[in-house]
Design a protein around this ligand. Structure first.
Ligand SMILES: *Cc1c(COP(=O)(O)O)cnc(C)c1O
Length: 443
């Protein structure tokens, strides 16, 4: 196997995600390179010629403890010899039981019932269906609408697109979608003169209140990405919004769904992002980092109250969602090994120091004359670049790859979201090379 061979075969046979394939095929300067990867180790990815790339976005936000992590590898090897998978309807196994118990404990028992799938969009679909069905089982059949935030992203299946508000993903498929209503985002960048992030949060919550006042009878749930709307450009907001949204959802009898698929698992500094608001949701969606970036796994956690709404003699009052790989034993084992690392290594505390160092590394970039709204929460840092160039993202991406770093700006927003095993020197390297890539992309 070599670089050229794999590239040609990939272009012929693999339809890559989120990609206009013709941009890979073009040989001209505007082309997007397709990168063959032979192996990974820690934060580094390597091609067949031993060219290396620092994975500054944790391979689309999934990898927490590095590629080829020895401890997760060992746990998976041991699990392979016990059980790879078994149907979860009518059967159960140790990894899924242990994982459910441990996740429930991480919510102090508030969300003690776990329903599994394999990807984030399915977790969104499950939370929406469960919310609707729980209300219906309680006789509230008129509660069949959902509410999401401006700039929200909850996945790209037809159901999940209904609560996603990112034009590039949604517009093409609009005729297929039963779109949810959107309410204003608490994005702190929306601050008017003299406003603090808390003021913006309160203003957005007031708009939510006006909407709920009028429409709560027909609304089943509000779905939010706690603290950071990642996919629409790392929009960060004050926890005050979550506190107010929780109180409003209680007052108007609307479920609160926290989609922590991107921000969960320690990414924002606490294990769950919603903890920073001192609240609990009715539904919590996890995926991406939960398996350490090893295997597809998602889970929706919910309360005794929701679970109780389904507990009945009638099959049709049960939750109706069948997924072949539900609770896959290998994926659950990878998740358990991931949780072990959190505990054994005191990762949340270590990440506080690491995040502070990452912020210092990026300080020169934050002060760059073309950089706006530098922001950081835990192990995510982002800034906007003042430039009017529709090709900025692609130019930066290419310039970054040429400098041994993998960063994929969202429009003109550059962000870093590295694995938690990144070293201090590697933070400095990432920031230094990102600065050089920025200069190159601005030229
Ligand atoms: C990535 C993401 C999803 C979708 O997850 P997939 O596994 O890609 O389907 C949903 N919500 C949020 C907040 C995400 O970041």
């Amino acid at each position: 196997m070599n670089n050229a061979d794999l590239l040609a075969r990939s272009l012929a046979a693999v339809w890559h995600p989120c990609t206009q394939m013709k941009q890979h095929a073009n040989a001209d300067a505007g082309a997007l390179p397709l990168i063959p990867i032979a192996s990974g180790n820690g934060v580094w990815l390597r091609d067949f010629d031993d060219r290396r790339y620092l994975d500054g976005i944790s391979s689309w936000w999934v990898n927490l403890f590095g590629h080829a992590n020895p401890r997760i590898n060992a746990a998976l090897r041991a699990q392979l010899d016990e059980l790879e998978h078994v149907i979860l309807a009518g059967f159960t196994h140790a990894p899924v039981v242990e994982l459910s118990e441990r996740l429930g404990k991480l919510t102090d028992g508030a969300l003690g019932h776990c329903f599994y799938a394999s990807d984030g969009a399915s977790a969104t679909e499950i939370a929406l269906k469960m919310s609707f069905h729980a209300w219906r089982n309680r006789g509230r059949t008129e509660k069949r609408e959902f509410l999401c935030l401006e700039g929200s992203y909850h996945g790209e299946t037809v159901g999940a697109l209904a609560v996603t508000d990112v034009a590039i993903f949604k517009d093409a498929y609009a005729p297929l979608i039963r779109a949810a209503a959107t309410v204003p985002t608490p994005d702190a960048r929306r601050a008017e003169a003299g406003e603090t992030p808390v003021d913006v949060a309160r203003r957005a919550a007031a708009a939510l209140e006006r909407h709920l006042e009028k429409h709560h009878d027909s609304i089943a749930a509000l779905i939010v990405e706690p603290l950071i709307q990642c996919a629409s450009g790392m929009a960060m907001y004050d926890p005050e919004y979550l506190r107010l949204a929780r109180a409003l959802c209680d007052r108007y009898e609307v479920h609160l769904i926290c989609d922590e698929i991107a921000v969960g698992c320690g990414r924002t500094g606490t294990f769950f992002a919603h903890e920073q608001a001192g609240i609990r949701p009715d539904f919590l969606c996890l995926s991406k980092g939960i398996s350490g970036g090893y295997l597809p796994l998602s889970v929706v956690l919910t309360t005794d109250a929701v679970y109780g709404a389904f507990y009945d003699d009638a099959t049709t009052r049960g939750f109706l969602h069948s997924h072949s790989y539900t609770g896959n034993a290998l994926a659950c084992r990878a998740a358990l090994a991931t949780l072990d690392i959190f505990e054994e290594d005191g990762v949340l505390a270590a990440n506080r120091a690491l995040a502070a160092h990452l912020g210092q590394s990026l300080a020169p970039l934050a002060a760059h004359p073309r950089v706006r709204h530098f922001r950081q929460r835990g192990m995510i840092a982002a800034f906007d670049v003042a430039i009017d160039d529709p090709h900025f993202s692609r130019k930066f991406y290419r310039a970054a790859l040429a400098r041994e770093i993998l960063l994929r700006p969202i429009g003109t927003t550059v962000y870093v979201m590295p694995p938690y095993v990144i070293g201090r020197d590697e933070c400095d390297f990432l920031a230094q090379r990102a600065g050089e890539a920025l200069e190159a992309a601005l030229r």
